[in-house]
Design a protein around this ligand. Sequence first.
Ligand SMILES: C[S@@+](CC[C@H](N)C(=O)[O-])C[C@H]1O[C@@H](n2cnc3c(N)ncnc32)[C@H](O)[C@@H]1O
Length: 199
Amino acid sequence: MWKIGPKAEWRFLDRKLKLFEPLRGTVVEVGMGPAPNLKLYAQHVDRIIGVDCNAAMHGYARQAAEAAHAADKLRLITGRAEALPLEDGSADAVVMTHVLCTVGDQQQALAEARRVLKPGGRFVFLEHVAAPQGQWLHTLQHALNPAVGFFGHGCSCCRNTLATIQAAGFTTVDAEEFTLQIRGPLAVIAPHVAGAARK
Ligand SMILES: C[S@@+](CC[C@H](N)C(=O)[O-])C[C@H]1O[C@@H](n2cnc3c(N)ncnc32)[C@H](O)[C@@H]1O
């Protein structure tokens, strides 16, 4: 992720800048990984809590924070999206990008994101998702999903993530669906959704 991630990040930059611009206060980023997002919001927030189930990611996240001159704002926690080790109503924003494709239980992860948000808090997401049923890409996604899971450490390209977010009890959900221009088998991760929900 540390090596490949930056090569893909340009594809999301405009959308991420727009989504992260309103973030203020305490931001919890779930599935932070090597923290490619951190530099995009670190300067205008007060505190960043990075949660990842893989403690091996923390060193990379720390490097990203140092490069963004925000090491003093970052606290790293090893934990699962489905059971965030954080107080109710303790975050102004929760960020998840390319994480809901992998979590074991999307509904539980979203319930946790909502629980830790303050009333009115913002849930920001950007995820690859299932193509609409009936499209050839949908069929291809289902055919290749076992390989995606194997090589992607449990990732699925067949999830209707937006529907799950819309059913998660947020007061509003603003989302944009878009498709990356990708050829070949990696086209299975081309369909995306990005947006923000409010508690
Ligand atoms: C594909 S990476 C995305 C990293 C980063 N958010 C990004 O946009 O590049 C997914 C990250 O989520 C973490 N992850 C996967 N399942 C998780 C879970 N249930 N709880 C917490 N972190 C999880 C992985 O360890 C990995 O660091």
